[in-house]
Write a protein that binds this ligand. Structure first.
Ligand code: ACO
Length: 311
């Protein structure tokens, strides 16, 4: 009976044991995970676009090789995450369809344009830095397949963050024009990076429930603070200014105080009206349609193989 199952599940969560796909789980827990893991997978896949645009025009072979490896890693992350979502009884093809139909979300951050090569560095430093802050605690998420996928993803994200920071260090040692490019990219990506962590806690409908289930381990505001505290000294070392006049060390709190992102802009971007939403989805849809013959051929091959084996 469900009550015995529920008690077993509650005890597992209370003892901080992992929930595995074959274990009984409440429907709300399953639904929340499908929502978060599939949004996360979609973000990795859509996230290939802003940087992928620069592969063909990277300024050197070394930068091209690094960027290519990085963008391929993002594809891999998407695939592990779709696989983790499938253990919850959903189908990857259906999730992709929901994404291209605009029925499922992906991270707001990937709806901003990457205007110069400095954006590649800043995406690595700030966007992947924020992703690490958010994802390291998810390695302890209560759902086994999600937590295990996060371990590998976080290792690769650390490489992404370092390559971004190293690229920016180099540019800052360059010409006045290069330094101005870096500062301009920082000015454009700082606030959207803070928005990646989601709405403030008192406006986040899912946080309390997800924390009680051990799906999330920290609130959105906790992680945003951690990210700011981690990033300010890195900005100083780099020699850039973060575009927030309210950013100041607070001795009493032992943290930096900082200003509020423009939450109206966040709502707009999440609802589909950001600078690049239409372009990102159109491109994803086109790639999906172009790949239809590959999926059909693979399915035909599998059918043929199965018939031969049965004969
Ligand atoms: N972009 C788009 N949508 C967002 C964002 C964001 N930055 N932040 C929150 N939302 C959405 C939520 O998905 C939720 O929508 P839904 O209920 O319709 O699904 C709504 O806004 C309310 O937010 P919360 O209640 O705070 O939602 P949640 O508890 O899921 O927290 C968070 C949001 C922090 C993003 C969480 O889902 C999470 O940690 N996800 C895993 C990390 C991830 O997806 N990273 C992707 C970007 S990093 C990368 O790919 C490099």
């Amino acid at each position: 009976p469900d009550s015995a199952h529920q008690a077993h599940f509650d005890a597992a969560i209370a003892a901080d044991r992992r929930i595995e796909p074959r274990d009984w789980m409440p429907e709300g827990y399953r639904k929340t995970l499908v929502r978060q893991v599939s949004q996360h997978a979609h973000s990795e896949i859509i996230g290939m676009q802003p940087e992928g645009d620069w592969i063909a025009s990277a300024p050197s072979l070394r930068r091209k090789a690094i960027l290519l490896a990085k963008v391929q890693d993002e594809a891999g992350h998407g695939l592990y995450l779709y696989a983790a979502a499938e253990t919850l009884g959903v189908d990857r093809a259906d999730l992709t369809q929901r994404l291209v139909d605009g029925r499922q979300k992906y991270s707001s951050i990937f709806n901003y344009p990457s205007l110069t090569f400095a954006d590649v560095g800043v995406i690595g430093w700030l966007v992947d830095g924020a992703a690490i802050c958010n994802q390291v605690p998810l390695c302890r998420s209560s759902f086994g397949p999600y937590a295990r996928a996060m371990v590998r993803i976080c290792k690769e994200e650390s490489f992404h963050q370092r390559q971004g920071y190293e690229l920016l260090m180099r540019m800052m040692e360059g010409t006045e024009g290069q330094r101005a490019m870096v500062q301009d990219a920082v000015d454009r990506w700082w606030w959207p990076s803070l928005m990646m962590f989601g709405p403030p806690d008192d406006e986040s409908p899912n946080t309390a429930r997800s924390m009680a289930w051990g799906i999330k381990r920290n609130t959105n505001d906790e992680l945003r603070q951690k990210f700011v505290d981690m990033t300010v000294p890195q900005a100083d070392k780099l020699g850039v200014t973060l575009p927030d006049p309210e950013l100041v060390w607070n001795d009493e709190r032992g943290h930096y105080d900082f200003g509020d992102p423009d939450w109206n802009e966040f709502k707009q971007v999440v609802s589909g009206a950001g600078p690049c939403n239409a372009e990102r989805i159109a491109r994803r849809r086109a790639a999906h349609e172009k790949g239809a013959w590959v999926r059909e051929a693979a399915a035909a091959h599998a059918r043929k193989h199965n018939t031969e084996e049965a004969a």
